[in-house]
Write a protein that binds this ligand. Structure first.
Ligand code: SAM
Length: 331
């Protein structure tokens, strides 16, 4: 069978749809989930918090597994969110970064090459071996990807050049390539981008129609990406960038794009700050301390300074996944 992108996407969503139906009945992680004991009694508070719009994004998952869960408990127990926002996570961050000599990018790379790869490869995959929180994040992330694909669904992508920076396991790069785009997919983690290449090759070997120009998969930090593309995408990566590096990141991505830039980030709101800060009180493999939230006005100002304006925007918010998506065009 020839598996076009839409077919692949439909096929991929079938198990997700089943999983979503199951998930609707159980929002709180099961009692066997390592983190769940912290929150089981607090699910109502968490739901309330989320409904009030805690903002978040992708690594989202990291927050979700450690932090998100904790937040509800803390709110329910103490109602001390505001005070928690004032707590300083710098000690934990410093300790985490000391492993990589204080180099934040190296720390992120190290995480996504090791434990982060195991975690995110599952979340961005089809395996049923995910807990409720991970499943929620998988579904939220897929919604973001689907929104991007919907934005380009009427475009003839044949030969359109795309740079997907921080491509992860290829959730967006692969469907774009299967729509005919000439894709350069890169990620700072060789494990993540290696998995993207493996998944692409597997789909093509199973009959997906390959584009005229095969996608290029490279292990590379986005700061080292070069060239000029019709479309530059960078989904759920900004969460790894502290505020003082965001302008440079956006400026560099913009310099690679001749026409369009599609980016997403975890928007900064009080509710999500609380969620994140409480999570930082609970050490764990998810390393929530490396999740940076961003003020939408700051992001837009950086885009404008780089010669881009926002044409469309979307917000994806599930229980544990929050991501603001912007489609920008050259002014
Ligand atoms: N964009 C993908 C998606 O939406 O499926 C992956 C998102 S995942 C949450 C974040 C990815 O960003 C990871 O694969 C990580 O290795 C990558 N990343 C983080 N910092 C990066 C950087 N400076 N340059 C390139 N990739 C980076």
């Amino acid at each position: 069978m020839i598996a076009h992108a839409s077919t692949v996407s439909r096929v991929a969503r079938a198990p997700r749809a089943r999983a979503e139906r199951r998930q609707r009945t159980v929002v709180v992680p099961s009692a066997t989930d390592k983190t769940s004991s912290r929150i089981v009694a607090s699910s109502v508070a968490l739901s309330t918090l989320v409904a009030a719009n805690a903002a978040g994004a992708s690594e989202i998952a990291q927050t979700a597994e450690g932090a998100g869960v904790a937040v509800a408990g803390a709110l329910a127990i103490a109602g001390a969110g505001a005070a928690l926002v004032m707590t300083d996570p710098s000690k934990r961050r410093a300790s985490m970064m000391s492993e990589t000599g204080g180099d934040e990018a190296a720390s992120v790379k190290n995480y996504f090459d090791t434990t982060g790869f195991e975690r995110w490869n599952k979340i961005y995959g089809e395996t049923e071996d995910v807990n409720k929180v991970q499943l929620d994040i998988r579904n939220g992330h897929q919604q973001t990807v689907d929104k991007v694909l919907d934005w380009v669904k009427d475009d003839d992508m044949s030969g359109v050049t795309v740079c997907d920076a921080g491509c992860g396991t290829g959730s967006l790069a692969i469907p774009l390539a299967l729509k005919g785009a000439t894709v350069s997919a890169s990620d700072i983690s060789s494990s993540m981008v290696g998995e993207a290449e493996r998944r692409y090759n597997e789909l093509v070997s199973k009959g997906a129609s390959a584009p005229a120009t095969a996608p290029k998969f490279e292990a590379m930090g986005l700061e080292d990406a070069s060239g000029r593309y019709d479309l530059v995408t960078c989904i759920d990566v900004m969460i790894h960038y502290p505020k003082d590096r965001v302008d440079g990141m956006i400026n560099h991505l913009a310099s690679l794009s001749g026409k369009k830039l599609i980016i997403s980030f975890a928007p900064q709101t009080l509710a999500y700050l609380i969620l994140k800060r409480v999570g930082e009180l609970f050490p764990g493999p998810s390393k929530a301390t490396r999740a940076y939230l961003h003020d939408e006005a700051d992001v837009e100002a950086a885009l404008q300074a780089a010669g881009f304006r926002v044409k469309r925007r979307e917000m994806t918010a599930t229980s544990f996944y929050y991501s603001r998506l912007l489609e920008c065009e050259r002014i």
